[in-house]
Structure formats: C-alpha cells, structure tokens
Design a protein around this ligand. Sequence first.
Ligand code: FES
Ligand SMILES: [Fe+2]
Length: 328
Amino acid sequence: MASAAVSEETDWQRLDAALRPGDPQPQGWYAVTTSEEVPETGPIGADFLSGRVVVYRKASGEPVVMTARCPHMGADLALGDVVDDAIRCTYHHFCFGPNGSCTKIPSEGPIPTAARLHSYPTAESFGLIWAWHGDETPLYGPPTVRDYEEADLVFRVKRTNVFEVAPWLSIGNTFDFMHLRYVHDLDFTVEPEDVRYEGDHHIELDIPFVSKETGAFEQRIRVTGTNVVSFQTVTDHTTVGIFTSTPIGDRAQTWYVAAVPRDEGLSPSEIEARLDEQQKFGDDLLVDDARTLQGIRFKVGSLVAGDRAMVTYMQWVSRFPTAPPVAD
Ligand code: FES
Ligand SMILES: [Fe+2]
C-alpha cells in the first residue's frame, strides 16, 4: 500500500508517543488489579498511568479506585485504613469518601478545598477491577464478550507480562495479519474489509484459523477501546479468552482471562481442562510475543500490502479520544 494512503505524519507521531508518562492516553476501561487481590477489608495500591491508585471495597463489596497520593502531605493512601467506606490516611487521619472528597480531618478548622482525590468510575467483571480513564462520564461501557454475559461464564484470571509498548500495540496483533501468519504460525483467509468497525469504540472480526498444532478453529473477536480484546475460540466446543493491557509508567501490564461457558453437563474437572486449553492458547501467544514486544520502538516505516488491516486499525487508534493522566 502506498504511504500516501495512511494518515498524516502527526497522527503517527502521536501514536509513537503514546506511552510516555504524563502524555495523554486513550480513554478507556483499564484493568488496575484482579478481584482476588482486593481484600474484603483494607486497601491495596496499584500503579496506573503515570501515578498510583488506591483500591478498596466498600462494605457492600463494591470496589473504589482513587488516586493514592494524599493531598495533605503526600502519604500513600494504600497504606491507610478503610473506615466507614472512606479511606483514612495513615499520616494525619484525613478521611476521603468514595467520591474523592475529604469527609473528615481530626484537627480543628475547615477542610481545605484542595483536599480531594480523583475517584475513577469503576467496574468489576471477569475477575478484574476496571477503572475508567477519561471524561467524567465514560464514553462506553466496560468490556464485554460476544454472545455471553459474564454470568454465563466460569473464568480464571492471570496477571501476565509487562511489555514496553503501549496497550494499543499489543491489542493490534489482532489486525496484524502478517504477525499472526508468520510469527504465530496460523493459517487463515480473511480480508482487511472483513474487519467491522462498530461505532467509535468497538471492532469485531471473525477469523477461521488453522493451526498446525491444534487444527481448525474459529475466533469471534471483539475489541473494546484500544486496550481490550475478547474472543470466543470455537471448535466442537467454545472457550473464551480476554486479553487486556494497562499503562503503568512507561510500560504496560497485561492480564489474560480464560473462560468457559457454564454447562451443566460438564464436571468440574472437564471445566478445568477447558480452562487449561484456553489458557494454553493465551500462554503460547504470549511466549511468541514476549520477544517481539520487548524491543519495539514503534515507528511507521515502509509499509507493505500485508499491513492493510493493521494500518486501518492504527488510523482508528490515532483518532481515538485521549485524556491526560490525572495528576497525583
Ligand atoms: S498526609 Fe495524609 S493526612 Fe497528612
Ligand atoms: Fe502476537
């Protein structure tokens, strides 16, 4: 494809820059930790974007994700305590409610107006805690899987690699047909025109694959935002995978969810075997990618015809709404 067909050079530069701390990042639902890692009582901390967040559960179990740096004198709120659904700083006992506002200070005098945290819109699904980075009202809903509700699935989540590339790039493997063919050794017949851009925030694609190792299977794929891909892997039965990637500093933390549709006819060991099967699929991809995605300093150079689907995806990413990281 001629380079004239790709978008302006400034767009590519923006993509290239997309993982420097402090740079605007694509808006989206980002996994900050797993459900399991957040206890019923007490907070944990997690790196997110160019800063840190505190994550805890209200008495109802609902998760709260807020910036972790105490606006009083900078203590890490992840080292504090949860008291009546608020996080209490360990340093001077300022308390912050789930909406980020300071609810109480132990000393006399009014609460300073600057004493507030950023509270992220939060969701919990597929064993992950998601935080919305972007406009106050999320532009789209938390990630989903085609044809299945979360309640229809049994799942297992795993914290996987930390890569030195922006989330959109590892998700872009889905549209990188040369990479799928020659690195992951998958055979398939799909045209770039088969990729369906569904509105501004989702992409869908069905790919009939043949793998030398596992034979024929079909994948029914949905990309949500620039950092989540879910897929059904269909053989004589269906398993489901979700891969997602979150900016932390100048790197990206990835997670992989293996899932199986609830089926009354399956024994617990059969369900485990199918989860193992989907997990192996993800693990094998990550083994191939561990080398590929470590050393990239992304730039668009000499494109070829086989890059067409990837180029369309990159143009979509370059137009995706961004937001600056919230200051600590
Ligand atoms: S630093 Fe948190 S209350 Fe003083
Ligand atoms: Fe890959």
